[in-house]
Design a protein around this ligand. Structure first.
Ligand SMILES: [Zn+2]
Length: 99
C-alpha cells in the first residue's frame, strides 16, 4: 500500500465529530441548555421572505455574528460542526432518554 492509499483509507476514530470538543459539549445533560442559548440568538422579530433581504438586514446580521461568536465561545470550530453536534445529540437523546 502506498502512502497515498493509506491516506485515503477511512480513519478509525470512535466519534470524529466529538474529538476536540470540551466535556461540556460532549455531555448530553448540557444539550438542551446549550441549544436554548443558541436558539436565543437565532430568533428576531423579523420576517424575511428572501435570503437577500435577510442578508441585508442589520438586525439579523448582528444576530448572526452574535451566534457565530457564541458557537466559538462554546467551543465549536464552525457552524457545520455545530449542526452535526445537534444531530448526534438528538440521536443520543432518542436512544437514551434522560427521563
Ligand atoms: Zn431581519
Amino acid at each position: 500500500m502506498t502512502e497515498e492509499q493509506a491516506e485515503a483509507l477511512p480513519k478509525y476514530t470512535p466519534n470524529p465529530l466529538f474529538s476536540g470538543l470540551s466535556d461540556y459539549l460532549k455531555d448530553p445533560k448540557n444539550f438542551e441548555d446549550i441549544q436554548r442559548k443558541i436558539q436565543e440568538t437565532i430568533f428576531t422579530s423579523c420576517v424575511h421572505s428572501t435570503m437577500s433581504s435577510y442578508a441585508e438586514c442589520a438586525k439579523c446580521t448582528e444576530k448572526m455574528l452574535e451566534r457565530r461568536k457564541l458557537l466559538v465561545r462554546l467551543g465549536f470550530k464552525n457552524a457545520s460542526q455545530y449542526l452535526k453536534w445537534v444531530e448526534v445529540h438528538k440521536e443520543i437523546t432518542r436512544r437514551m432518554p434522560l427521563r
